[in-house]
Structure formats: C-alpha cells, structure tokens
Design a protein around this ligand. Sequence first.
Ligand code: PLP
Ligand code: LYS
Length: 487
Amino acid sequence: MFVFVPPCHFHRQGHVSSHTHFQKDSKVGYFSVSKTRVHQATLPVRRNQKLGSWLKASMAVQLSEAGTHKSYIGYDKHGFLWCEELKVADILENVGTSPFFLYSKSQLVSNFESYLNATKGMDAIIGYAIKANNNLSLLRILASRGSGAVLVSGGELMLAEKAGFDLHKTVLNGNGKTISEISVAVTKECLINVDSEFDLEHIILSSKQVGKRARILIRINPDIDPQVHPYISTGLANSKFGIRNTHLEWFLNRIKQEQSYLDLVGVHCHLGSTIRQVKIFKDAATIMLDFVSIIRNAGFHGLQYLNIGGGLGIDYERQGHSIPTPEELVGSIREKVKEAQLTLIIEPGRSIVGNTGMLISRVIGVKSNGNKEFIVVDGSMAEVIRPSLYDAFHWIGLITPNSNELSKFDVVGPICESADFLGKDRMLPRPEEGSGIAIMDTGAYCYAMASNYNMRLKPAEILVDGKQWKYIRRRETFEDMMHLYDS
Ligand SMILES: Cc1ncc(COP(=O)(O)O)c(C=O)c1O
Ligand SMILES: N[C@@H](CCCC[NH3+])C(=O)O
C-alpha cells in the first residue's frame, strides 16, 4: 500500500516514518494503492499525532469505503514516489534525459470509467476534449473504450480519425472554424457547433459544397459564472464563445430557411474549466433545457442532444478537497435530461487526463538571492505553462526520500523570464543536485501547451502500465526543429 500525504502537513519532511508528527489539526488526503483497489480520501488528524497511528485509522476507513477517486500515483512510507508498480526514480535512472512526462495507464482508464459508470442507464456520449492532451497512444486507449471526442481544429479531427474515434461521436467546436475545417467535419458526419452568425453561414456554405446535410448544435451562452480564473471562464455574457441567448430566434429562422442543408440536433454550452461546484452545471442544465423547449416549440422536433460541455476541476492541491465526482455531476442532471428525452453529451478533458501525468525533472542547483531561495530544475514554463499563465497550483515533491529540514523555495526553470516558475513558496527539503522532482497533475494542458521557447526541445512522454513503461512520444531533437527551415 502507498500513502500520499502532502509533506506540508508534517513538522519535517524527508524520511517520513511512523514517528513523524503532524504539525496542525487538519484534514489530510491520502491515496492507498493495492494491486486491485486504489482510493483517495481524507481523514482528520490532530496536531502532534504520529503518522503511524493516523495510518492505522486511515486503513480502517479505506477498507470501509467504496472509493470514487482512485489514484495510481503516490508515495510509499519511505518517501519514494511510485507510478503504478514502478518507482519513478528507477524510470528516471533508465531514461536518463529529463524532463519528461510520465503517465499512468490505469489512472487514465479509471478516470474514463468513472464517466462510463456515471452515465450508465442513460443515453450519453462522453466526448473527451482532445485539446487537454493529444498524445495518440492515450487517445487510442480512450477511443478503444468507446469515448467520443471534442475537437477544436482540423488537426484534432485528423488525429481523432487516426486514433480510431467513431466520428459520429465527435463534436467540432470553435469560434473560428475555417470553411475547409467545417467541410471535412460535414463530410465525416461529425456534430458541429454553431458559434455565431458568420459561423452558421460558413456551415451552410460548406454543406452546399459538400452536398451533405450538416448535423449542428447551437452553442448558447448561458451567462453563468463558473467561478474560475477569468482566462478559462467561457460562458459569461462577455465571452467570445457561443451565441447571445437573446438572439436565438434569429438563428432558428435562418436554420429553417436552410433546412435541406442543416439538421439541428442539439444545443451546447461550455462554462469554463476547473469548476468545483456541481450547482454550476445544474444551473446551466436548467437554463439549457428551457432553450430546448423553445427550440422544440419552434418546430425542431429532431432535437436530440443536450451538450453540457466539460470543465470539471481536479484536486490540484492534493489535500483531499472535495471536487465533485463525475457521478455527482451527472447525477445532478440525469433525471431532467431523461425527462426531456435527450442524449447527454459531456466533454471532459482535465478530469480524464489531469491526474494521470506528472513532469519528472531534475534539480540543476539551489541558489539564493538574499531574500529568497530557488530550486532550479530542468523543467520549465515551456513544458508546464499553467503556473505562469493562470497562477495555477501544481503540487511538487521530490521523488526519493530526503531527510533535510524543510525550507521555503520557489521552484523555477532555466528560461529567461521571471514568469518561469513551477511553484512558489513551497516547503521542501533542501535537495541534492541531480535529485528527481515531480510536478504533479500535469496530464492536462501541459504537453498540449508546450513550446520551443528558448530553443527547448519538447520532452518525451512515457506511459506506465503495471510493471512496464514505454515511450509514447519520443523527445524532440535538434534535427526535428532544423527540418522546418528552408535550408
Ligand atoms: C468547448 C469545450 N469543451 C470541453 C472542454 C474541456 O474542458 P475541461 O478540460 O475543463 O474538462 C473545453 C475546454 O475548456 C472546451 O472549450
Ligand atoms: N488551458 C487551460 C484550460 C483551457 C481549456 C480550454 N477551453 C488550463 O490549462 O487550465
């Protein structure tokens, strides 16, 4: 069994033993992993309680819990980080070159299965949002299990086809789709979201050129605050996405005029990303079902889909904060969707891939500027841009035991930007040069947003499956980059 307790809870980090004391009264999240079951849960701790006594209690709870969050990445009691049945330090040793992304296959499958279980007994499409992580091997794992896909470009459409997704279960989204992208989607019979007046005209044009009826959903902006960082909020009135909900009638009339080229099959909304409250989805569903009634009353009897978008958050802090499960999310809207005789489409990205991956990096050195201390690592904002872009938090830990006292560090990369940080003010034991360090929960929107800034090579991606690991994307080489120049 592995236990993952964020070290900030302890008086000292490093070699964590059963005598290690907790430093304050709180609730502590833990993961426990056995061959067959993996759970995440929280349990209260008392100040000065020893880890050993807390563990006994947590195991008792674990046995009585049917865990809904499962984790395949965690620490053992000695302080080694594991991914499934492999020590991360051993993988780093074998790979040699860092940084790289490391993913757990079981975690990915388990996350997808949570959505399958959540939608059991109802008509539903789970449309994985490819933008979150577009690694072909990971996509194939999801496609082979019946996942649909949410696409935002022609490139993603081609990738979805290559990965084996059933294109009838894909949705082409986007506020700036080109006519050629739309034409491919019409040809391949993907669902297509209408985002604006001009977008509708482009879809009509494409359908006429292709000679096929487009299967369309209207993306309606419900004007709901998802209570997330403004850069990843997408369903408020001033957002660039979707149609103004006051303008629905115009769209319905225009669609009627072109009915031989347009088949209006559903409505769509997407509120934003990293959402932590079920109520936000529930409110959106209520509003969207009102629009469904309006549309059906206007004579569109083929309306079949309610697409509620993606956006469910994950527990980046790893402190057992209560993030709704897919079961809770779907459970909150299931009856209403069934009553309206609709098929639910849900578009999760982060909650399927976020906690499957971590960036494994090495410490280059430790320095001080007089006021602050920095752990400089070989990973950077080029691989994990979320902290720089959204001030996002990713839990960071060493991958092997270290018994040094905890100190406060900023964990930074080698890029020539002050925004190049992976974590600020983190309590960590002073690491040796070359120590392995993990930036957790970087499976979503990290490799997918990676860049070559400062002429950095995009890192390898590695997949762990039980006791095996393999490359699922090799590291870029200097020659790869040189191929793009004209001589
Ligand atoms: C339309 C749409 N659907 C789904 C997603 C996936 O969101 P998340 O990764 O937060 O689940 C996004 C990204 O925010 C999106 O823009
Ligand atoms: N890139 C964002 C999410 C945006 C989702 C796309 N609409 C993130 O890392 O959190």
